[in-house]
Write a protein that binds this ligand. Structure first.
Ligand code: SF4
Length: 64
């Protein structure tokens, strides 16, 4: 699958991505997004694509 990229300037730590794909994303105690699996498996594709779409600040993208 594609690689997850985060625009740190845009991320506000809302946790929306974590709610949709908790194995891939986690907002830590300081509100900083941690991407546990920057190259998610095919079985996670739908959840990750949903997270990319749902991010309120468009901080997430998928790169080939
Ligand atoms: S949904 Fe977007 S703004 Fe919220 S934590 Fe994830 S990347 Fe950051």
């Amino acid at each position: 699958m594609s690689r997850v990229e985060v625009d740190r300037e845009r991320c506000v730590g809302s946790g929306t991505c974590e709610a949709l794909a908790p194995d891939v994303f986690e907002v830590d105690d300081d509100g900083v997004l941690v991407v546990h699996r920057p190259e998610p498996g095919e079985d996670e594709r739908n959840d990750v694509e949903d997270a990319v779409q749902a991010c309120p600040t468009r901080a997430l993208s998928l790169a080939e």
